[in-house]
Design a protein. Structure first.
Length: 74
């Protein structure tokens, strides 16, 4: 299962309506990707967890702001 406790993906609803985001570089030693959406372009407090059970999947528009915290479960 993909749960809030093990780092499921979060989305910010309706952000795909705002067009493409602007990005800024980040340290690739500390992040999975070498860039991220610029601060101030989204309100993280509006993020909604996308929990999934085994054999389930989520599909979303490429412009939808999404991400996940690290999975720290062992």
């Amino acid at each position: 299962p993909s749960t809030e406790e093990n780092g499921c993906m979060y989305v910010i609803p309706r952000t795909q309506d705002n067009g493409y985001s602007d990005y800024e570089p980040v340290d690739p030693e500390k992040h999975v990707f070498n860039q991220e959406i610029r601060k101030g372009q989204f309100d993280g407090s509006k993020a909604v967890a996308c929990t999934l059970q085994p054999n389930e999947a989520s599909l979303h528009d490429g412009k939808l702001i999404h991400g996940s915290p690290p999975n720290t479960c062992s």
